[in-house]
Write a protein that binds this ligand. Structure first.
Ligand code: SF4
Ligand code: SF3
Length: 544
């Protein structure tokens, strides 16, 4: 196997024996094979669009297939067998429709005539033979751009999928996903400049996907409002919901209503407490635990059922494997997978388990500072900046992870001067989310803007401030200090590049798939900077 798509890749170069995340070589081969099958499907779907044939089932399946290969989403070989078979079936049906409409269905690329083997072992062998989905004969910089595009595309697919289940779809996004997958085949031969454009296009399209998701979330659940979330618990039965999918959380809240179960959020689900359409459920009580890498310790202590709606799942300990359930694209062999929006088995499990034996107060955190809440006090913020009470804004966010170097972010926030405001989003916030940083004239110094996809909200706030100050985003007293881990973070970074945002401080390490030449381009064009130490970076940033 070879995989280097995430920040924790082995030795900073690539996982070759088994993923540091727990991905087995078998699953790695099946994921490579699924991408191969999706390339074939995309060739036919792209041609279909040319002759007026569209198929929403294929569109949605393609995003789901890509999403399932994202880090820490699905570790279950059998699920990949199903995905690969389905890609083949959908392609075969689509070929007929395209042929009937006068389109071509024969391509030079082998992916378009791929026929999956019928057994798991032979499918794995097929995947091993095909290998990774970029052009291994291309120059290293081209390969680097292909990898960046593919990994960003996985993040974009995840957000496109989330928006779609909330009823928000944009055909342009699906068309681009096909085009991007086809660009990895021999049908299209892009040069270096075209590859750079294709990579930035992922950023542009990801912004569109995040805008759709923002519309989906806010139209369905309202705009988040500042909300205090307990970190302790109530005596009684309990169910923990992790991941990013707010629609799943709502379904769980509906299905647990009146059953005497308290529902808790975990990880990226924390911002759900700020949405009026979710906080209205009285049994949505509080937040349990921190970021994904602490799951084994924290989940083992949770006395109820656990539902993983998206990444990041980690290998469950034997002690709670029977209590953890997966939905949608998530999978772990041996964990029960729930389908069709029925959370009954998880609810039964929660009722059968002991629950918390007493109330416990562990303090609270504030959430709900998405664009609407922040912009409703924009006048106050602008006044504070003009009057000198707020000297600088930091957006400290992104993914969390296991590396010790990630303590940089905790220290950075602790050391940020008292006349600065820290905006945060995504699971990287768990490094400092419970710090009491006080306020500046009633404006909290730590503002939780939401999940990783709420980078969209942060961008809207930055654009509005730039407008108010009559300057560009890069001229604002704002610095982005980001931590990356998986491919959604890649997609968001590409969106920031697409917007021309400069001077991003990135850590804890730079992506293994970026060659020195490509890094040079990023440094020259976007002035991207690897993090150093909090003291050094703070001095440099505040001197600018
Ligand atoms: Fe390694 Fe990350 Fe790939 Fe997992 S997702 S196999 S940790 S590079
Ligand atoms: Fe975290 Fe996995 Fe990226 Fe949505 S939950 S940010 S790492």
């Amino acid at each position: 196997m070879f995989c280097h798509q995430c920040e924790q890749t082995a030795k900073g170069t690539g996982c070759t024996v088994r993923g540091v995340c727990g991905k087995t070589p078998e699953v790695a081969a099946l994921q490579d094979l699924l991408i191969h099958a999706l390339k074939g499907l995309s060739l036919v779907a792209g041609e279909g669009r040319r002759v007026g044939v569209m198929d929403r089932e294929v569109d949605r399946f393609t995003t789901e297939g890509l999403f399932s290969t994202l880090t820490n989403v699905n570790f279950d070989p059998q699920r990949f067998v199903n995905f690969i078979q389905r890609a083949f079936t959908l392609r075969t049906v689509l070929e007929e429709k395209v042929k009937a409409a006068g389109g071509k269905v024969s391509f030079v690329e082998a992916a378009a005539s791929f026929v999956p083997a019928s057994k798991l072992e032979t499918l794995i062998a097929q995947g091993e033979e095909i290998g990774q989905p970029w052009d291994r004969n291309a120059a290293p910089d081209i390969q680097s751009l292909q990898q960046t595009m593919l990994f960003g595309l996985k993040g974009l697919a995840a957000y496109t999928h989330h928006a779609a289940i909330l009823g928000q779809e944009d055909d342009g996004l699906y068309a681009f996903i096909y085009d991007a997958l086809v660009s990895l085949t021999q049908e299209k031969q892009l040069n270096l400049d075209e590859w750079v454009k294709q990579v930035l296009k992922v950023g542009e399209m990801n912004l569109r996907a995040m805008a759709l998701l923002d519309a989906g979330n806010t139209e369905k659940f309202g705009h988040p409002v500042p909300t205090e979330v307990p970190l302790g618990h109530k005596q009684g039965k309990c169910l923990l919901v992790s991941g990013h999918d707010l629609a799943d959380l709502q379904a769980i809240l509906e299905q647990t209503a009146g059953k005497g179960i308290y529902v808790y959020t975990h990880g990226e689900m924390l911002p759900a407490h700020g949405y009026p359409g979710l906080k209205k459920y009285p049994h949505l009580y509080g937040h349990f635990g921190t970021a994904w890498q602490n799951q084994k310790k924290e989940f083992a202590q949770f006395p109820g059922a656990i539902v993983m709606t998206t990444n990041c799942i980690q290998e469950p300990k034997e002690s709670y494997l029977g209590n953890i359930f997966t939905t949608a694209m998530v999978g772990w062999p041996g964990a029960v997978h729930l389908q069709g929006g029925d959370f009954g088995p998880a609810i039964e499990k929660a009722l059968a388990m002991p629950g918390f034996d007493a109330d416990e107060d562990r303090g609270s955190v504030l959430v709900g500072f998405a664009r609407n809440a922040v912009l409703s006090v924009a006048d106050k913020v602008i006044e504070a900046v003009k009057g000198g009470a707020i000297k600088h804004f930091f957006l400290v966010g992104g993914c969390d992870g296991a590396k010790p170097g990630r303590s940089y972010y905790t220290e950075f926030v602790e050391k940020a001067p008292a006349d600065t405001v820290v905006l945060t989003l995504a699971c990287g916030k768990f490094r400092f989310f419970d710090k009491k940083l006080g306020d500046i004239g009633g404006i909290p110094r730590l503002l939780d803007m939401g999940q990783c996809n709420d980078a969209y909200s942060a961008i809207q706030v930055a654009l509005a401030l730039a407008n108010a100050f009559n300057c560009g985003v890069n001229d604002l007293p704002l610095t982005l200090v980001l931590s990356w881990y998986e491919q959604k973070a890649c997609a968001i970074l590409l969106s920031l590049f697409h917007l021309g945002v400069k001077n991003i401080h990135l850590g804890p390490s730079l992506p293994a798939f970026i060659t020195p030449n490509i890094l040079d381009v990023l440094v020259k064009t976007f002035e991207i900077k690897p993090i150093s130490t909090p003291d050094e970076d703070l001095v440099k940033i505040l001197k600018q």
